[in-house]
Design a protein. Structure first.
Length: 130
């Protein structure tokens, strides 16, 4: 997984997410391009995205689409002048493990193709005995 160059390992979104075997995902982001994201995930993948939004223009709440397969959450923000949710975390569920990803990349194409970002990845296997 990943490509070595210039002494660094470079990962594509597909390297990190492995869409062919991904079953469901919880992702948080500051900026979201849902069309790009859905094009880069398997169409059967259940998806929950918690995204930042402008509470003066968009409502807080939980919104479902694609027959409940996709859920977008606009969380409640603390009362402050410029409320934002800037975290970028993924919990990716596969048949035998969960992958935790903490990244500086938003869920938009440019962050995963052109801009350099950092990513931490940890796989945690399911305990088959429980």
């Amino acid at each position: 997984m990943g490509e070595k160059k210039d002494g660094n390992t470079w990962y594509t979104f597909q390297d990190v997410v492995q869409p062919a075997t991904l079953r469901k995902a919880l992702m948080t982001t500051f900026v979201l391009d849902m069309q790009w994201l859905r094009a880069n995930l398997g169409q059967d993948t259940k998806l929950v995205v918690v995204e930042s939004y402008n509470p003066t223009k968009e409502p807080q709440g939980i919104f479902q689409s694609e027959g409940g397969r996709v859920t977008v959450v606009h969380p409640e923000f603390a009362k402050q002048r410029y409320p934002i949710m800037h975290s970028k975390v993924m919990l990716l569920f596969y048949d035998s493990y969960v992958r935790f990803v903490a990244s500086s990349a938003n869920l938009i194409e440019i962050d995963w193709t052109i801009l350099g970002n950092i990513v931490f990845i940890q796989d945690v296997p399911f305990d088959a005995g429980k």
